[in-house]
Design a protein around this ligand. Sequence first.
Ligand code: GRF
Length: 255
Amino acid sequence: MDGKEKIKIGVLVSGGGSNLQAIIDAVQVGALDVEIACVGADNPGAGGLARAEKAGIPTFVTDYSTLFASRKDGAPLPDNFSLDDVAAKQSLLKDAHPDTLKAFLEKRALAEADLLAKLVPYNIDLLVLAGFMRVFTPYFIDGLNADSDIPRIMNIHPALLPAFPGTDGYGDTFRYGCKVGGCTVHFVDYGEDSGPIIGQHSFPILPEDDLDAVKKKGLAEEWRLFPECIQLYAEGRLTVVEREGTRVVEIIKGS
Ligand code: GRF
């Protein structure tokens, strides 16, 4: 891939970071037209941080738990945060009591403002969520997508969306008795795991498979799927169009 222009990506993790590792490996073998500019985590114990450091990638932490607690202690909200605006756009909490929604959005605004500020110096083209276990409110999404025709946040989810959104995709797939499992890479929109789908890989679930086997098969597919989707973005081949009222991704044919 030498000689081609590279896009700059940031990666966010919460845990072990095996997806981050797959992306680092793909970059190192020259399979991605990408520079990983930074890796961030929502907690200082995220194993992915050590993987990044080993690869010489700058890291940072936005400590969500500490920031959430500071909001309870009266930490001020970001100047550019409008509760009415964010509440009107969001579709994470439906039918929540206004006080519940207010607390939910305000504490996230505090963490999201910290994240946005820490990302600014890296000037990234794309933010990749690789096992980042936090939802984003419109405050963060609009902050990152500003001045871009194409969404700038990409997430990997451990199920074949739109089935089984939420935090336990493989568990939900397995417990439902599905005979096929899979993973999905999608752009992030204002809902939970609801944004336009970029790519999906599937795998058979056999009678002898337990949940561990399903997770193992799923992760192996994630490690292939995520770099593929990031490379499509790097090549400028993803576009979002409206199809019968739904925003969907179209992949432009490669040359
Ligand atoms: C993956 O299964 C991802 O889809 C899910 O969390 C897991 C993260 O794994 N959201 P890792 O931290 O990349 O190893």
